[in-house]
Write a protein that binds this ligand. Sequence first.
Ligand code: ATP
Length: 196
Amino acid sequence: MIRLGMFGGTFDPVHYGHLKPLEAARRELELDRILMLPNPQPPHKEHLVLTPYAHRKKMLQLALAEFPRLECADFEESAVGPAYTSDTVRRIIAILPPKERELWLIIGADSLLEMPLWHDPEAIFRDTKIAVLPRPGVNLEDARPDYKARVRILNTPLVDISATQIRESIKGGAVSSRLLPRSVLEYIRTNKLYEN
Ligand code: ATP
C-alpha cells in the first residue's frame, strides 16, 4: 500500500510557498511521497503567457534536490489542450489499483475557492481525498460550503510567497533566496527568465 499525494501547479517559478507547506502536508498526512505536476497550460491561466514548460519543469527538478520525498512527475506534459486535474487523477488511479494506494490531491486554499469552476470536480471528489493548504490572504469561509465540508484543511505553516511576487521582484532587480531555492534563482539568472 502506497500513500501518495499529488499537487498540480504552474510553478512559474516554484517557490517555498509551495515547497515548505507541501513537505509539512506530507508529514501530516503520512504520505510516502508527493508527485508535483507542472501543468503545460492550466485551463484557468489560458489568457496568461507562461514561461515555457521545459524551464518550469527544470526549475522544479532543481528545487526538489532539497526535498527528497517530493517528486516531479510529467503526466501532464503530453496533454493536448488544457490539462485537467480530473484527467490526471484518472491516469494515476488507472496505474495504481485502489487496494494498492491511498491517493490525496493537495491544493492551496485559493484553489479550493476556484474549484467550482474546474472541469468535473465531482470526479475528483470521487477518485481522491482532498487536502487543503491554508494560504495567507485566503479566507476559507469563502469556499463553497459543500466543498469545504468534504476536504481536510491542513495545519501546515502559512507562507506568504507567490510566484507573481517573485516575477515582479526579479523585474525590479532584487529577489531573496528566502523565497525560493538558490539553485532555482541561479537557473533564472542564467536563462534570463522574468526580466521583461
Ligand atoms: P501565481 O502567483 O503565478 O498565480 P502561485 O504562486 O499561486 O502562482 P501556482 O503554481 O499557480 O503558484 O500554484 C500551485 C498550487 O500551489 C495552487 O494550488 C496554489 O493554491 C498553491 N500555492 C501557491 N502558493 C502557495 C502558498 N504560498 N501557500 C499555500 N499554497 C500555495
